[in-house]
Design a protein around this ligand. Structure first.
Ligand code: UDP
Ligand code: MG
Length: 143
């Protein structure tokens, strides 16, 4: 018997570089055309404090200060994506962190500027997805 399908949710963020390049729609199309459904969406200008909390796992990294500055440089678009194996599917659609390593057809290959300004964020595990979704959205904002 086939395993039950793993329908799950993940968090995606379209980062300020991509919002500034006017490619929100092209990025959303990548998700929808691969079968991921948008269950929540908002544009938001994050504060430094919020980004420090969201990216707290990276707070000791040499790139942390620049990362906070970059993510607060303009509004972002946060989304809840849902579908089969959504966490890993989103990571595949995004491509590697460094756009130089990202596969053809991925969001980062097509739209990222650099390893820092790399167009999108995606949760890296089911557990982090739950936490990151709750960071941006209340229960009644997810449909
Ligand atoms: N980042 C950076 N320099 C690096 C590695 C990461 O500026 O050497 C930034 C980049 O914006 C990346 C984010 O920090 O997306 C979080 O890094 P992570 O390793 O979690 O990559 P991701 O999960 O986004 O692929
Ligand atoms: Mg990450």
């Amino acid at each position: 018997m086939a395993d039950k399908e793993n329908i799950e949710q993940t968090l995606s963020i379209i980062k300020p570089d991509a919002v500034g390049k006017n490619v929100i729609g092209k990025i959303i199309d990548k998700f929808e055309s691969k079968g991921l459904k948008i269950k929540a969406m908002k544009m938001v200008q994050l504060s430094e404090k919020e980004v420090e909390e969201f990216y707290s796992v990276h707070k000791e990294k040499p790139f942390f200060k620049d990362l906070v500055e970059y993510i607060t440089s303009g509004p972002v678009v946060a989304m809840v994506l849902e579908g089969k194996d959504a966490v890993i599917e989103n990571r595949v659609i995004m491509g590697a962190t460094n756009p130089k390593d990202a596969a053809p057809g991925t969001i980062r290959r097509e739209f990222a500027e650099s390893i820092e300004a790399n167009a999108v964020h995606g949760s890296d595990s089911h557990e982090n997805a739950q936490k990151e979704i709750a960071f941006f959205f209340g229960r009644r904002e997810i449909y």
